[in-house]
Design a protein around this ligand. Structure first.
Ligand code: GAL
Length: 714
């Protein structure tokens, strides 16, 4: 016993390690990305569990960059079996990311324990995607690749040897005394005896995020149908109820691309059998075929916990954890055998008959029903690690099944983590604050996940319309009627406006699909925070010098939390409205901005107050912005359709933009079956001219004859 202790002590001393010699310690793994390892190598990490390969070719295209931090100031030590980390912070830095938070953007000054869980109303680190990655306004990012409940002190702790200690103040006499004194570091406690750390260079915050996403394989490119409207039907709907729902959508002339089938398709749910309920779905393949005849796909709800009534139960038993969830087994998906059993069953019973995707529920928490931290798993993976990666494991596994069939999927998941950028899944939850949903949408852009502010029910027609407007400007336009059976036309007084915004989303397909293609190819999030808008507008403090009101023209924008507005693609600024609010402020970044609907000039580098009517979600387009659109339709186009294009130009400046296309459903784009077009508008006084150059026109499913619309022509 004694000798074991001595041995342990020696090994701790060995792991006592401070990163002081940068050239040896930080390995360059791609331009602008460095890695170091502290202490013992861990069998499970977030990035390795997600399993994406860095897109080195795309990373090469980003500008080369120097290591963005003073390496001497980065400290990493293993003390008593836990990693203690310390990264420097400058006075003006703000920190974004650190998981999917719902109420705050800037995380500086906050303490969080990053823990996969259902969001409980507080930004304390327990959330659906507690990604241990932060992006600084100083133009760099840090990822601590630990599948652990990592505690982050994001500029709160003050060491005796601080580089920049806080001012000493006497509370008796000094009104400026602060309970939370100034801190010059981000510190983290990783409850493991080792971890990998990555540093991502900018110089802009956008480039940091691009590098992060490309390192994780590039963002996902959904099938086109995934960008259409989706309705999730009440839990106990049968095949006939669903077919009736589809024809109701037709009658209401409302867009619909896929139906979400909630727990009632299982013969038993919570835990699940993954077998069709014969009373509600007597002929699954026939039902799925009928949906497809109408151009509709089906997405199946599940939680991964297998019921004793399911045929998989006994097969999974040897590969399941020590604890049950609602009496269901928890498969250890780190084991290939467990994955293969699911694969065989799911492909045979769901995917082959025509299912197009899944909604992966309950992989986040709550503690009361998930496995506790004392649970064990046959692979030896700890309960804590399993909790942190379970959502990643199920996303990866299911995404691979579809990929093997050369079929793209797009689904929902309630837990994710670092490494997930390329997964075709959108995070959602049961929380329902409209404003906090928008905060989450903005925050998702810093951490490589997608988020939908799903609509369920509303108290008033106004709230309904406002929620529908914002969900149509998010990664997944979804009405989740699992509990209450709401329909888009539930409030007849706003049915026309709801239809109009859903159709506007359909019209924007070429623009939106291109935004996702850039997420894939360049790592630029399709929906993103204002801080990630462009490279010049939000240059880092380092490049522009310290923020102050005299020499940095962007100070007002870069140092203030910009709430409730975001970019969709490169050109469109979205400023959603909320129920009972008739006016709002919109922060217009540098450059002139124009109203999307009228083309009128609205302002430039200023905060405007708008009083929009109910009918529209406020949208603004930057000067020279180019927005390719199609005619309104209720379903996304199939691979053989050639659609007429309408290309809008806004403002008074010349502009250039790209338009991506491919077959919209397969992975053939990875073998070169895609097309990029360059759209250009030249402005010479009153003369505006548009042109388009199409590369590989055989993969371009739009008519080459384009209708140009100059929205801001005097
Ligand atoms: C919840 C989920 C809802 C709905 C419901 C069905 O856990 O968040 O969106 O799917 O289960 O029981």
């Amino acid at each position: 016993m004694k000798s074991k202790h001595i041995l342990l002590l020696i090994s701790y001393c060995y792991c006592w390690f401070t990163v002081t010699s940068p050239a040896q310690s930080w390995e360059t793994i791609a331009p602008g990305i460095w890695k170091t390892s502290v202490g013992e190598a861990q069998p499970i990490t977030l990035v390795s569990t997600a399993g994406a390969s860095p897109d080195l070719e795309a990373l090469q295209k980003l500008s080369p960059a120097d290591f963005p931090l003073d390496q001497k100031l980065i400290k990493a030590e293993v003390i008593n079996g836990k990693v203690h980390l310390r990264f420097p912070l400058q006075r003006n830095e703000e920190l974004f990311g650190l998981g999917l938070q719902f109420k705050t953007h800037n995380q500086r000054g906050r303490i969080m324990t990053l823990h996969v869980d259902h969001y409980g109303g507080q930004d304390n680190g327990r959330t659906h995607a507690p990604v241990p990655f932060y992006v600084s306004t100083a133009g760099y990012g840090v990822l601590v690749d630990a599948a652990r409940y990592t505690t982050v002190y994001a500029g709160t702790g003050v060491r005796t040897d601080a580089e920049e200690p806080p001012v000493l103040r006497d509370r008796n006499t000094d009104k400026a005394w602060e309970a939370q004194p100034y801190s010059d570091a981000v510190e983290m406690l990783v409850p493991a005896d080792g971890t990998d750390i990555y540093v991502f260079a900018g110089p802009s915050m956008l480039e940091v995020v691009q590098r992060y996403n490309l390192f994780n394989g590039g963002g996902c490119l959904p099938p086109k149908w995934g960008l259409g409207f989706t309705q999730r039907v009440p839990t106990l709907y049968s095949d006939q109820d669903i077919l009736k729902e589809v024809s109701d959508f037709e009658q209401h002339d409302f867009p619909l691309d896929f139906i979400g089938v909630e727990p009632g398709w299982h013969s038993m749910a919570y835990p699940c059998t993954f077998e069709w309920d014969e009373t509600r779905f007597p002929d699954p393949a026939g039902f799925l075929g009928k949906l497809r005849e109408k151009g509709i796909r089906a997405n199946l709800w599940l939680n991964p916990y297998i019921s004793p009534k399911g045929s998989l139960y006994s097969k999974i038993q040897p590969f399941a954890g020590s604890h049950t969830v609602w009496n269901g087994l928890v498969p250890d998906f780190t084991l290939e055998k467990a994955r293969l059993l699911y694969k065989e069953h799911f492909i045979k019973n769901h995917i082959d008959p025509g299912v197009s995707g899944y909604k992966i529920d309950e992989v986040d928490g709550y503690d009361q029903w998930l496995w506790p931290d004392v649970a064990t798993f046959p692979s030896g993976t700890s309960a804590e690690e399993m909790r942190q990666v379970y959502g990643l494991l199920v996303q990866r596994m299911t995404a691979e099944w579809f990929r093997e069939k050369n079929q793209r999927t797009y689904g929902l998941v309630r837990a994710s983590n670092a490494g997930a950028s390329s997964f075709p899944y959108v995070v959602y939850n049961d929380y329902y604050s409209h404003k906090d949903f928008i905060t989450a949408l903005i925050n998702s852009s810093f951490i490589g996940v997608l988020w939908t502010p799903e609509v369920r029910a509303s108290k008033t027609a106004e709230e309904w319309l406002r929620r529908m407007q914002s969900v149509c400007f998010s990664p997944m336009a979804m009405l989740n009627a699992w509990a209450d059976g709401t329909k888009p036309w539930t409030f007849p007084e706003v049915e026309a406006e709801v239809r109009a915004v859903a159709q506007l989303r359909m019209r924007l397909l070429p623009y939106l699909y291109t935004a996702f293609a850039r997420y894939h190819a360049e790592g630029i999030p399709p929906f993103r925070a204002m801080q990630l808008f462009g490279r010049d507008e939000y240059r880092s403090s380092k490049e522009k010098g310290q923020f102050n009101s005299t020499d940095n023209p962007y100070a007002a924008y870069a140092t203030k939390e910009i709430r409730y507005q975001y970019m969709m693609g490169d050109a469109i600024l979205v400023a959603p409205m909320f129920a009972e609010e008739t006016s709002r402020e919109v922060v217009l970044p540098p450059g002139k901005w124009f109203d999307f609907y009228t083309g009128e000039y609205v302002g430039e580098r200023e905060v405007i107050t708008i009083t929009p009517g109910l009918e529209h979600i406020p949208l603004f387009v930057k000067d020279g912005g180019i927005v390719p659109m199609i005619a309104a339709r209720n379903q996304m186009p199939g691979p053989d359709e050639i659609l007429p294009l309408e290309i809008r130009h806004y403002g008074r400046s010349s502009g250039q933009s790209t338009l991506y296309d491919d077959d919209g459903t397969t992975f053939n784009y990875e073998q070169g079956a895609f097309s990029w077009a360059t759209m250009r508008v030249e402005v010479n006084g009153d003369d505006l001219r548009g042109s388009i150059i199409i590369e590989r026109p055989e993969h371009f499913n739009y008519a080459q004859e384009v209708r140009w619309i100059f929205m801001s022509r005097p």
